[in-house]
Design a binder for this molecule. Structure first.
Ligand code: SF4
Ligand code: SF4
Length: 300
């Protein structure tokens, strides 16, 4: 039975492809973009999120944790993440939802059953299912299993991916995928490495190969202040995208500094917390730059 780790199944999504969709977020990513707004999807393994503001002080977690990860030291409640094995026992006990285990093992059948609940909405709106993450294609067998089963059910299938993996692996999902949405964050490989942890040669090679397939392609750039929010960064990406024969459109997505709480809940440092969103005028100007390459450009 194919199974994988899912962080969330979000119903009624309207930003992850056409129409009303269900977005399935798979856990694990092989990039480390410092602005990532889904930090709970970065690590492959399940992990505990802690929201201290919701704690009602019942103490149930102290009793349930066999690792003593929750403790009271000198009268203060502490959580020792290094002791936690993410068994989820404390989260099951915490009715205040101060503790949440993120990352659940699910089978393909379980995911598809949940996705199919909203079939009438997909049919009415031209929507379907989208796999996202993290990098959904890192759990390739699982991702392909969901896509294949949804296709058999007649649903529109889309994948949000950074395509930072071997082409042979990407190619195996294409027969079951109606739309690929991929990011190009920067064209310069060293700058790309500095802010995502990896160079972009393989990403661009895969983008070129994807551009030659029958599956429609949307290229997107998250616009991050100080990283790529200038015409000289967007221009070469738009020029590259314009050479992809199956490009549907190019999209610019403004950075939003909204993930601070999530980073805190996971004990992670949010390096983008002081960045501001690019303004509407700036997004419009960058979109105009991209349009010079004769492609359709969307922005928000
Ligand atoms: S079980 Fe939840 S509400 Fe109770 S003390 Fe632990 S964290 Fe707080
Ligand atoms: S998830 Fe398990 S190991 Fe981690 S703190 Fe909770 S009970 Fe302890």
């Amino acid at each position: 039975m194919q199974s994988g780790i899912v962080t969330n199944i979000q119903r009624f999504s309207i930003h992850d492809g056409p129409g009303i969709r269900t977005t399935v977020f798979l856990k694990g990513c092989n990039l480390r973009c410092f602005w990532c707004h889904n930090p709970e999807t970065l690590r492959t393994e399940p992990e505990l999120q802690i929201f201290p503001d919701r704690c009602i002080g019942c103490g149930a977690c102290l009793e349930r944790c066999e690792q003593q990860a929750h403790a009271t030291i000198d009268g203060r409640r502490v959580f020792r993440r290094e002791l936690c094995v993410a068994c989820g026992r404390c989260a099951d006990t915490c009715y205040a939802e101060s503790l949440v285990l993120v990352g659940e093992l699910k089978t393909v059948a379980e995911v598809v059953e949940e996705v199919l609940r909203d079939r009438p909405f997909y049919e009415r709106s031209g929507g379907g299912v989208t796999l996202s993450g993290g990098e959904p294609l890192l759990q390739l067998e699982f991702a392909r299993g969901i896509l294949a089963r949804c296709k058999r059910e007649g649903l529109h299938t889309a994948v949000e991916t950074a395509v930072n993996l071997a082409w042979e692996r990407i190619a195996t999902i294409l027969p079951f995928t109606d739309l690929v949405m991929m990011d190009i964050k920067l064209l310069d490989s060293e700058a790309h490495r500095a802010c995502t942890g990896v160079g972009n040669r393989r990403i661009l090679e895969n983008a070129t190969r994807l551009g030659e397939q029958d599956t429609p392609l949307i290229v997107r750039t998250p616009v991050i202040p100080g990283v790529n929010d200038r015409a000289e960064c967007i221009e070469p990406i738009a020029a590259f995208a314009a050479r992809l024969p199956n490009l549907l459109y190019y999209e610019l997505l403004p950075f939003h500094p909204m993930a601070n709480g999530k980073y805190q809940s996971l004990g992670m440092d949010y390096r983008a917390k002081d960045l501001k969103s690019p303004g509407k005028e700036q997004m419009r100007a960058l979109a105009d730059v991209a349009r010079r390459y004769g492609i359709e450009v969307k922005h928000s």
